[in-house]
Structure formats: structure tokens, C-alpha cells
Design a protein around this ligand. Structure first.
Ligand SMILES: O=C(O)C[C@H]1C=CC(=O)O1
Ligand SMILES: [Mn+2]
Length: 371
């Protein structure tokens, strides 16, 4: 029995963060997500989420533009179509719109959720099957204050919630950043992993100087130190240093992956369903990385529960990721719009069981936080 897509609803939802989250390009006090509700003729609803960081400061899609583009361009071409044929539907979307990867990811997520519910299986099962039910999750220290970051990290280690930490740097001078990172690494000791994310803030010369000092301080991973488009520079840095480089903004999808690999990049790729137009595109990049011996890392756009769970279903289908994941987005927010929050324990998170994503909306909460 076939099922058609009847309507697609989009809602802007604003949730406060538990503390200011300072990145090199923006300080966040709220996170805005576009929640997609895709209704099918068999009564099944698929959920999706389109989320970015800092309005338009992180990338070319803003929450408001994603809502308009789904409502005006992407959504209408899906109406009346067979909801079960996700390959055909996503091909239609790539014809009607260039780019718009985050908006497409939300729609692909909603289609996968609906199809999983229809077949009574999880999204991970639709994607080939889960190899894990518990995935490691790091925490980002980004209060901007060294002592506060150390206290935050120590509490989370004691609670056995996280033992890997990513520090957001690149806003202050290199000397200040290096002092900040080295103090945190020294305070936390050898049993925790400290990584940094520069979010493209340095030029290559600055990066060389800073990475030497960070390597000396015991940092294990350097994320996107230079601008996204400088693929050759990332390849040079990866060959120059022992400490591993992680490409994030510079590897949106498998096309960027191919460029980095052919330029001789070694290190790791941050996979994000939002960058690659959905879980299937992120897995395509993962397969390319595996073929080339590049490490995997499960990245986030600081999504809420729906977007984070969609990514977890995809990451669960992969072999254990060399660098773990950062799917902590819901923990950065003061509230949630789902009935059952994710379970974070033992330095990781539990994969919800299906059908679909295994997520249910809390309608009252959604009403409260919808714009
Ligand atoms: O990695 C990014 O660039 C974005 C994001 C992921 C974790 C975090 O704190 O910020
Ligand atoms: Mn990053």
C-alpha cells in the first residue's frame, strides 16, 4: 500500500543555552531550530530538524532562510509523491535546489523517520543496521573563562558524563589561547583528551606557530584551524605535525572529501548530517574516509534532540569512530521539545530504539518554545 506526502509543516523553535557558548565567530545564548513535521496519507508523521549556529555567521543558511526555502521551494515538490522512495525524493530536491544542505537534511530525516515508522524499524536499520547502541560523546568547553571551564570539565568527569573535551579557540590572541588550553590540559591530566576547534580563525602562518605550542601542551586534535576553502593548507598542516588535524567546515560532503584526500590530507573528517544534506550524504563521506584511511568523527551543528538522534542512527551504522562523537547538543539547552530526552551516561549516549528515530514530540513544550 503506497503512502503519499500530504503536507509539510515547519516551525522555528528557540531554546536558551545553559550558559553563553563562545565560538570564534559568534557567542550563542539561544539555539534556533527549524522543526519539520511531514504528514503522510497513511497517517504517519516524519520528524526532522534543520539547525545551524549563530544565525548566518557559521554558514550560508539561516534558520529563517531554511524555513522559507522548505516552505516555498523544497517542500512543495514533495507533495503528492510516494513517501517511501527516499532516493527518488532526494534526487528531486537536488534538482530543484542547489546547496541548502541543512534544509535538505531535515527533509531527508523526516522521510527516514516516516519510513521507519511505516516498516516498524529504526532509522539505523533502514541505513543498513546499527553496530553500536552506546556511542561516546565529548563536551565542548566554551564559557570563555579558564577556571569555569576547568570546574565544568572536572564535574563532568566525576559524573562519568564526558572524558573528552573540545575547547573553542580563535577569538583571542594565540598566546592567550595557548595559555588557556595548556592550563585546562594540565588541570585535567592524562586521563582526559583535550582537543581544540579554531573554526577557521587563523591563517596558515599563525596556525603553524599555534599548533606547535598546542602540540607541546598535549592537545590531541586540531579542528579546522584555517579557512574552509584552504584544502591544500589543511593537507600541508596534516603532514607537518604529529598532532592530528580534523577537517570540519572544509569538508561539507564527499566532494570536499575527495579534494582533501587527493591533496594528501591525512587526519580525520567531522561528519555532520547537516553539512552533507542528510544522513545518507554523511555516510557517503564516511565511506570515502574509510577507503582513504581517514579517521571518523561524529559532528554536530548543536542540534536539539531530533537532529542529534538522526545523526546517532547514522553513526551507529559505522565501525567505531576513531575520534568518537560530539552529539551533546540537547545538553547545552535548558529545555527540550521531546517527550523522552536522550540518556547520557558512561561517557556516551544511548541510541534510541525505533521505530523511525524513536523520538516523540512533547506538544506543550513545542507550543511553548515555537516562535
Ligand atoms: O564544531 C563546530 O564547528 C560547531 C559546534 C560543534 C560543537 C560545538 O561546540 O560547536
Ligand atoms: Mn567545528
Amino acid at each position: 500500500m503506497s503512502s503519499q506526502i500530504q503536507s509539510i509543516e515547519t516551525l522555528l523553535v528557540d531554546l536558551p543555552t545553559i550558559r553563553p557558548h563562545k565560538l570564534s565567530m559568534a557567542t550563542m545564548a539561544t539555539q534556533t531550530m527549524v522543526i519539520v513535521r511531514l504528514h503522510c496519507s497513511d497517517g504517519i508523521e516524519g520528524l526532522g530538524e534543520a539547525t545551524t549556529i549563530g544565525g548566518l555567521s557559521y554558514g550560508p543558511e539561516s534558520p529563517e532562510s531554511m524555513k522559507v526555502n522548505i516552505d516555498t521551494w523544497l517542500g512543495p515538490v514533495l507533495l503528492g509523491e510516494d513517501a517511501a522512495n527516499i532516493n527518488a525524493l532526494m534526487a528531486k530536491l537536488s534538482k530543484v535546489a542547489q546547496g541548502n544542505a541543512i534544509a535538505k537534511s531535515a527533509l531527508e530525516t523526516a522521510l527516514l523517520d516516516a519510513q521507519g515508522k511505516r516498516l516498524g524499524v529504526s532509522v539505523a536499520t533502514l541505513l543498513g543496521g546499527a553496530q553500536h547502541t552506546h556511542l561516546p560523546v565529548l563536551w565542548t568547553l566554551a564559557s570563555g573563562d579558564t577556571e569555569r571551564d576547568i570546574e565544568e570539565a572536572q564535574r563532568l568527569v566525576d559524573e562519568r558524563r564526558h572524558r573528552d573535551f573540545k575547547l573553542k579557540i580563535g577569538l583571542r590572541s594565540v598566546d592567550q589561547d595557548v595559555r588557556h588550553v595548556a592550563a585546562i590540559k594540565a588541570a585535567l591530566g592524562d586521563n582526559v583528551s583535550v582537543r581544540v576547534d579554531v573554526n577557521q580563525a587563523w591563517d596558515e602562518n599563525t596556525a603553524v606557530r599555534a599548533i606547535s605550542a598546542l602540540q607541546e601542551a598535549g592537545v590531541e586534535l586540531i579542528e579546522q584551524p584555517i579557512p574552509a576553502r584552504e584544502h591544500a593548507g589543511m593537507a600541508r598542516l596534516s603532514r607537518r605535525f604529529e598532532v592530528a588535524m580534523l577537517a570540519d567546515e572544509g569538508v561539507q560532503d564527499s566532494t570536499d572529501g575527495l579534494t582533501l584526500i587527493s591533496q594528501g590530507f591525512s587526519g580525520a573528517f567531522a561528519l555532520k548530517i547537516a553539512k552533507s544534506g542528510g544522513p545518507r550524504g554523511a555516510l557517503r563521506l564516511a565511506q570515502m574516509a574509510q577507503t582513504a584511511g581517514i579517521g571518523l568523527y561524529g559532528g554536530t551543528m548543536l542540534e536539539g534532540t531530533i537532529g542529534s538522534v538522526a545523526a546517532l542512527h547514522a553513526w551507529a551504522t559505522l565501525p567505531a569512530m576513531a575520534w568518537g562523537t560530539e552529539m551533546f547538543g540537547p545538553l547545552l539547552l535548558t529545555d527540550d521539545i521531546v517527550a523522552r530526552p536522550l540518556k547520557f551516561a558512561e561517557f556516551g549516549v544511548e541510541l534510541p530504539t525505533g521505530p523511525g528515530l524513536g523520538v516523540e514530540i512533547d506538544e506543550d513544550r513545542l507550543k511553548e518554545f515555537a516562535r
